[in-house]
Each structure stands twice: as structure tokens, then as C-alpha cells.
Design a protein around this ligand. Structure first.
Ligand code: NAD
Length: 258
């Protein structure tokens, strides 16, 4: 068992889906949790409270650098700092390059990439001072390979893998590690929207659309789960993860092995 008692984890975009799953796993291991994100905040807080962990929420909009800074300051005041940073907030929009709305491009780059630069630069000085820290960037298979219709997402996730490598190199001789995780399809609201689009476009049921989505890309034919991703983050936070640095670790049912 990995014991994270006394450590504080900030997980961006953690009111639903993968972020909430990761926060729950870290809370079960004993970490204090700072949640971030919109939507049903009360139920996300209740999910973490079932573990007995200390939990707070900050509603910083990941497009806004001043709100990101305020969130890190809140974590410092409430818990004394951030030991584990999980950059997870992300959105998706699917359209061909020539039809891609410019505002969507800006939002996806800001949330899925630039916010991780801001959180990282704010937490690193204290991690260096303690000589311990974990930064885990939730990228995607789309940080490694491309799909049509996802120009902004693929560009942002490739950028996030690049940021991961530079941060890992700059901290290589310290107790701070930085890695990316590259999930395949996980059944969250972000993917449910894509399943709805396929069902409407092809005139098929939601179950058939799910199967079609997976069979196109994910050889296992099964979704990755937030719990599986949470346990990979937990391993990276353990002593077994000390020398995992700058990796882009796929958990994708075989997607990128093709
Ligand atoms: P989700 O839609 O379930 O959750 C997204 C979270 O981000 C929510 O908590 C939401 O409130 C928050 N969020 C959205 N905009 C925000 C903003 N401006 N500021 C702060 N928070 C904001 O999505 P998910 O599927 O759990 O995705 C989480 C991460 O995992 C994303 O970075 C996504 O790209 C990545 N990912 C998802 C999949 C998948 O198949 N679901 C696969 C690979 C990678």
C-alpha cells in the first residue's frame, strides 16, 4: 500500500470523470485533496469525503492565469502546499481544421496545455525546496498519435508531452518527478458526447456507437477506467516511481501499439 498521509494533491478538472477518479484513489491513500472544476461540486466533495480525507475545492477557470495562481495560494494556505500536482483539466471539440472555431482552438490550448505550464511554475519552487514532488500530466494517446477532427486537442496533448519532458529534465537530479499518462478511451462525459455524435450520425444505438468507437481505435475493445488511471498515478507517487522521469506512459488497450 502506498501511504500519502501528510501529502496534498491538487487535481485540476476533478469534479467528474478521470480527475475525480484519480482524486479518489489519492484520497484513499491518505492525501489531502484540492478539487477543481465546474458542475456538481457538492457530489464530487462528497465522493472524496467518503474516504475520510481532508478536501477543498477551488473553482479556478483553467483559461485564467490569475485564477490558477489564486488556487495554488489557497492550497498553500489550507494545506501548506502542493506535493502532488495532477494536471488533468481538459475539453474536446471535433471539427476539420478549416472549420475549427478559432475560439475553441484558444480554449483547448489554454485548458489542455497552457494551464499546466502555470500550475507547474507555481508549485515547483516549493517542491524543489522540499526535494520531493510529483507532477503527473494527463495527456492522451493523442499526445502520441493523431486522429482526424481533433487538431486543437492533438496539438495541445503533443505540447503537454513536450512540457512533461522538459520539466522532467530540469528536475532530473532532484526528488521531483514529472511524467505524462496517455489514456485511450475512458467512458466519461467527454467521450459520451462523441458516442452521441456517432449514434446520431450513423443512426445506431448508443451501445452500437460505443462498440464502433472502440473498434476503430482500441484493440482491447474495452474502456480504460478512472480507477486504473488513479492506480497508475499512485504508483508514480510511490518510491517505485522515483526513476520514472519524462515518460509518456500509455494506458490505452493497445491503441498506440498498432
Ligand atoms: P470530463 O469532461 O469528465 O471532465 C473534465 C473536467 O475538467 C471536469 O471536472 C470539468 O469541470 C473540468 N473543466 C472543464 N473546463 C474547465 C476549465 N475551464 N477550468 C477548470 N476545469 C475545467 O473529462 P475526462 O474525460 O475525465 O477528461 C479528463 C482529462 O483526461 C482531459 O485532459 C482529457 O483530455 C483526458 N483524456 C480523456 C480521455 C477519455 O477518453 N475520456 C482519454 C484521454 C485523455
Amino acid at each position: 500500500m502506498v501511504n500519502l498521509q501528510g501529502k496534498t494533491a491538487l487535481v485540476t478538472g476533478s469534479t467528474s470523470g478521470i480527475g475525480l477518479g484519480i482524486a479518489h484513489t489519492l484520497a484513499e491513500a491518505g492525501a489531502n485533496i484540492v478539487l477543481n472544476g465546474f458542475g456538481d461540486v457538492e457530489s464530487a466533495l462528497a465522493t472524496i469525503q467518503t474516504t475520510g480525507a481532508q478536501v477543498a475545492h477551488h473553482a479556478a477557470d483553467m483559461r485564467k492565469p490569475d485564477e490558477i495562481e489564486a488556487m495554488i495560494a489557497m492550497a498553500r494556505e489550507r494545506f501548506g502546499g502542493v506535493d502532488i500536482l495532477v494536471n488533468n483539466a481538459g475539453i474536446q471539440h471535433v471539427a476539420p481544421v478549416e472549420e475549427f472555431p478559432a475560439q475553441k482552438w484558444d480554449d483547448i490550448l489554454a485548458i489542455n496545455l497552457t494551464s499546466s505550464f502555470h500550475t507547474t511554475r507555481h508549485v515547483l519552487p516549493a517542491m524543489r525546496a522540499k526535494n520531493w514532488g510529483r507532477i503527473v500530466n494527463i495527456a492522451s494517446v493523442h499526445g502520441l498519435v493523431a486522429s482526424t477532427g481533433k487538431a486543437a486537442y492533438v496539438a495541445a496533448k503533443h505540447g503537454l508531452v513536450g512540457l512533461t519532458k522538459v520539466t522532467a529534465l530540469e528536475t532530473a537530479a532532484t526528488g521531483v518527478t514529472c511524467n505524462a499518462i496517455c489514456p485511450g478511451f475512458v467512458l466519461t462525459p467527454l467521450v459520451a458526447a462523441q458516442i452521441d455524435t456517432i449514434a446520431t450520425r450513423d443512426g445506431i444505438s448508443s451501445d452500437a456507437a460505443q462498440a464502433r468507437l472502440l473498434s476503430d481505435k482500441q484493440p482491447s475493445g474495452q474502456f480504460v477506467t478512472p480507477e486504473q488511471l488513479g492506480n497508475l498515478v499512485l504508483m508514480l507517487c510511490s518510491p517505485f516511481g522515483d526513476q520514472v522521469r519524462g515518460a509518456a506512459w500509455a494506458m490505452d488497450g493497445g491503441w498506440t501499439a498498432q
